[in-house]
Design a protein around this ligand. Structure first.
Ligand code: ZN
Length: 505
């Protein structure tokens, strides 16, 4: 701790923390209203909720753009240079400056234009998808691409215009580095998926799996991951998500389907996101560092729990007898061996959100390639459906019957969110690296999972990833946690080993 004298010298650092705490509180309040809208708000609350949220967003924007905040950041950065200043002060000032720079470099008119374009594009996309009519969505996507090129133009210091978009979701990632990682990933995945396709598929599970029992089992599994009854909630939502309000107030949501167990895997996924935010160093509460560092790192946490843990043999050796007791009719006569194979089915399909662990990243690589080409101007929006369908054929060997099952399936582009998709597959890549590192450093991990004990892994992830919040950028965080840069090989090794055993490759 600093001496009283030097603490007195931290006038700007303290004032900056207060201002950032206010901003964090406003952001959290907006998030809480969003959680409420998706879970418990009555339908007719939508109109007033829109006004409420818009007011808070305006206040948050005004405060973030306030010139005196910029002065305070400069003063705090100067103070942080003192030899006895706490190290977090410097990081807080640096990240606050970066966030502010990002927010203020995009002119207000452009922000308004994007909001308008998005408000028009979402219903157009919904209708276009409904009718499988790309032409209806095309002018909206053209507008969004044009606006995102303008956004990229506000950041001329990046080597590639797409870098500027990528960086807002995944600080430190570049188009070149992602292109390289994805090329190696694709090279490894395509032959693996082809080899699996030649083997007989596992027999599917036959439900029904009553929803009440799925909730029970899902919650028991969530608790074993680290869900705490007095600090977490689980509610139903149309599209499952996780939202942390505080480290001790974590909201996850679920969607249940009686025909399969997808709801339970979605709970594992969202709890993985929740654990990240719950595990951040309390010293970073209400600072600009007290959240997850990037979408890719966030996704690595959810994927680790959903896939590396939740689809593993050791995990189900503990949980399967319980699952059989909960679903005696559906699972009573199914041996663990068959159950494990059936939750690890690999099948090239059309829809990203339903894709399995082996094909998922290929869906993302396709979107990344198209987005980069759209931003570079080498692909016209009109040619998106043809380019999409061709890549689906090349990478997954499937024919796209219509645009509803092709380029209109995801909502992201109607928000103009180019640069977002790659983070999904980066999450898979990072989960592969973290899993390999955890296996190295925790020799008893498989035995612990077999005994139903997830605490070793949770504490390891807390130490290596969660604790840091935004202190370290993703490339640095990854290097500290795993000893290497972004690398698809550990994920590919893990998948090859797993499917070789399951499919006798
Ligand atoms: Zn996720």
């Amino acid at each position: 701790m600093s001496s009283p004298e030097s603490a007195n010298g931290r006038v700007a650092a303290r004032a900056l923390r207060e201002r950032l705490a206010e901003l964090a509180d406003l952001g959290t309040t907006i998030a809480l209203l969003g959680w409420d809208r998706e879970t418990v708000m009555p339908e007719r609350g939508a109109e007033s909720r829109g006004e409420l949220t818009a007011t808070l967003e305006r206040l948050a924007h005004e405060r973030a753009a306030d010139p005196t905040l910029g002065d305070l950041i400069d003063a705090a950065a100067l103070e942080a240079g003192a030899p006895d200043a706490p190290p977090d002060d410097g990081v807080i000032a640096r990240i606050a400056r970066r966030d502010r720079d990002r927010a203020t470099r995009i002119p207000g008119e452009l922000v308004v234009a994007i909001a308008r374009a998005t408000a028009d594009a979402i219903p157009a996309w919904m209708q276009a998808r409904e009718e499988s009519d790309f032409a209806r969505f095309r002018p909206h996507l053209e507008r969004q691409v044009e606006l995102r090129r303008e956004v990229a133009g506000c950041f001329p210091d990046f080597a590639h215009p797409y870098d500027a978009l990528l960086d807002s979701f995944e600080p430190g990632a570049t188009t070149a580095s992602v292109r390289d990682v994805f090329a190696r990933l694709r090279e490894g995945l395509v032959p693996l998926v082809e080899a699996i396709a030649e083997r007989p598929p596992p027999s599917p599970l036959h439900g029904p799996f009553p929803v009440a029992e799925q909730r029970t089992l899902g919650l028991e599994i969530a608790r074993s991951f680290g869900f705490e009854d007095d600090a977490w909630r689980i509610d139903d939502a149309v599209h499952p998500f996780a939202q942390s309000i505080a480290r001790t107030d974590v909201r996850v949501t679920a969607r249940w389907n009686e025909a399969d167990l997808s709801g339970i895997f979605a709970v594992m996924h969202e709890v993985g996101h929740g654990l990240y935010e719950a595990g951040i160093d309390p010293a970073l509460d209400r600072t600009t560092l007290g959240t997850g560092v990037s979408l890719g790192i966030h996704e690595s946490q959810s994927r680790t729990w959903e896939n590396q843990v939740g689809r593993s043999r050791p995990f189900w050796e503990h949980w399967y007898p319980r699952a059989q007791a909960v679903f005696p009719e559906a699972l009573g006569d199914v041996p663990l061996e068959d159950f494990h194979r059936s939750i690890n089915v690999v099948r090239p399909t059309l829809i990203r959100v339903d894709a399995d662990e082996a094909t998922y990243a290929l869906h993302v690589i396709l979107r990344f390639e198209l987005e980069v080409a759209l931003i570079e101007g080498t692909l016209a929006v009109a040619d998106v459906p043809a380019a999409w369908n061709e890549r689906m054929r090349d990478m997954l060997g499937v024919e796209v019957p219509d645009d509803r099952h092709g380029c209109l399936q995801d909502i992201h582009w109607s928000y103009g969110e180019l640069g977002y998709f790659p983070t999904y597959a980066l999450g898979n890549v990072v989960s592969g690296q973290l899993w390999a590192a955890a296996q190295r450093e925790l020799p008893g991990l498989d035995a612990a999972l077999q005994a139903g004990d997830c605490s070793q892994l949770r504490e390891w992830l807390r130490r290596t990833i969660h604790h840091h919040g935004r202190r370290l950028d993703p490339p640095e965080l990854l290097r500290e946690a795993t000893g290497s840069d972004l690398d698809p090989e550990p994920l590919l090794d893990y998948l090859r080993e797993k499917y070789t055993a399951l499919y006798d490759l």
